[in-house]
Design a protein around this ligand. Sequence first.
Ligand code: SAM
Length: 346
Amino acid sequence: MEPIADPTADPSIRIDSHLDGVRERSLADDVLDGLTRPFKELPPKHFYDARGAELFDRICELPEYYPTRAERAILTASAVELAELTGAAELVELGSGTAAKTRVLLDALHEAGTLRRYVPVDVTESMVRECAQMLTEEYPGLQVHGVIGDFERHLDQVPAAVGPRLVAFLGGTIGNFPPGSRRRFLRTIAGLLGPGDHLLMGTDLVKDPDVLEAAYDDSQGVTAEFNRNVLRVLNRELDANFDPDDFDHVARFDSEHEWIEMRLRARREHTTHVRALDLPVRFAAGEELRTEISAKFTPERLRGDLSAAGLQLVSWLTDPDELFALTLSRLTDTPAPATDTSGASS
Ligand SMILES: C[S@@+](CC[C@H](N)C(=O)[O-])C[C@H]1O[C@@H](n2cnc3c(N)ncnc32)[C@H](O)[C@@H]1O
């Protein structure tokens, strides 16, 4: 399908939207699939309507939510080195959100004089548009080519590189993929890279379960509201009649898989109707709906995942408390094919 290109007045901005009808279909498919299983589940991308994005920004400011602060500290400490190592002319960011931390990288690349274009990719339309507007004002001469789309479906719509490329996938979002699809997705990301290009990825690290659980169950209840927001999205988009107050927020560390699970637990037995799909959904009292996994990493796990995706580690960067890691990687060197010298004269 052709993207809907946006005729903006500003020649330094181009925005392509690939979500025409796709988001609704994907939500409907995920609800039909996930809410009719014996163990109910929805993928986390549906948290992020405008309200969900705003709640996520508030989560990033919470005292318990260390990942954003730790990742920002690593970026601040290593941005100049990253700019030197990558010489990037282009920054492609997957799940760019408000690009709050990205500015640290953009500053360093701008300062190094290599930066030409920023390509934010996000499902939340308002964020891509606002961010394009703000960044072209903040960085004179910067081109922004926004891609409003689902990074699981639309990475082939990322425009051809304008020079050495740095792909950033921050915030630990890679942890939302279960192990098999994580490796598959990393392989797709590797497809955005050529020789000389790099991937910069943020991953949360395995640590004390109390610290992890507090980060996903804050005392002000913002994460609980973020979790319940998916029910409001279903009510609005699919004419469902969930009462968010019928569900408790649950955040638990699964020590076998080393991931956090967020769930919504029904407070009472009830049946909800997803009217757009003509789908009744029964919840037993205490039944749980899984809304997110957030995998935590060790260096070995990450190296294994990168290697399975054809990537090799260039730098492993962490904060002084080793809460979070940023990794820079590139395509694995393939041995040069053996040259046939049989006919060569000496
Ligand atoms: C956890 S937030 C991280 C935001 C920002 N990168 C950061 O590090 O603070 C996840 C972001 O990814 C976006 N997102 C989630 N799933 C997506 C998908 N399947 N395709 C595109 N964007 C997605 C959300 O809209 C949100 O902006």
